[in-house]
Design a protein around this ligand. Structure first.
Ligand SMILES: NC(=O)c1ccc[n+]([C@@H]2O[C@H](COP(=O)([O-])OP(=O)(O)OC[C@H]3O[C@@H](n4cnc5c(N)ncnc54)[C@H](OP(=O)(O)O)[C@@H]3O)[C@@H](O)[C@H]2O)c1
Length: 123
């Protein structure tokens, strides 16, 4: 079993990885993924698998998501590019056979008038 957490170099992703560990998920069943793998070195030292990914780089996603059962997709920060980027991540997770994808969307994204909602709806 493996759970992939993207955005692990960011605030939420790191908190999720730490929470999974605290709940007893074995470290080697967690993949902490981020653009700068060096910033995940302390997690790697504790047995967490780490991976370098960029949502704009499908090959990096394919490699990192291989064997994933579940994915937490933390929304990226490059506004205007995120539908394509997140789509790359969703496709990679589907190709890997992941049974569950959880995404940090926005409240009622499909109907919200929030200026950022369309990218979440698109994702
Ligand atoms: N914090 C808030 O109050 C708040 C409120 C509303 C919505 N949000 C959204 O919720 C999400 C998570 O929040 P957060 O506070 O954890 O944000 P954060 O600390 O900025 O983390 C965002 C993560 O996404 C990664 N990322 C961005 N672009 C990427 C790309 N092209 N490929 C791969 N990874 C990429 C970042 O990697 P790098 O470390 O390499 O930049 C970082 O790990 C963000 O999208 C944020 O905009 C946050």
């Amino acid at each position: 079993m493996s759970i992939v957490v993207t955005g692990a170099t960011g605030q939420l992703g790191r908190l999720v990885v730490e929470s999974l560990l605290a709940r007893g998920v074995p470290a080697d069943q967690i993949v902490a993924a981020g653009r700068d793998e060096g910033r995940l070195a302390d997690l790697a030292a504790n047995g967490v698998r780490t991976a370098r990914i960029d949502y704009s780089d499908p090959a990096s996603l394919k490699e990192a998501f291989a064997g994933a059962d579940a994915l937490l997709l933390v929304s990226g920060s490059e506004v205007g590019r995120r539908v394509e980027q997140h789509g790359n991540a969703v496709e990679a997770a589907k190709d890997a056979g992941a049974g569950r994808i959880v995404y940090t969307s926005a409240p009622k994204a499909t109907t919200s008038a929030l200026v950022l909602a369309p990218e979440h709806k698109g994702t």
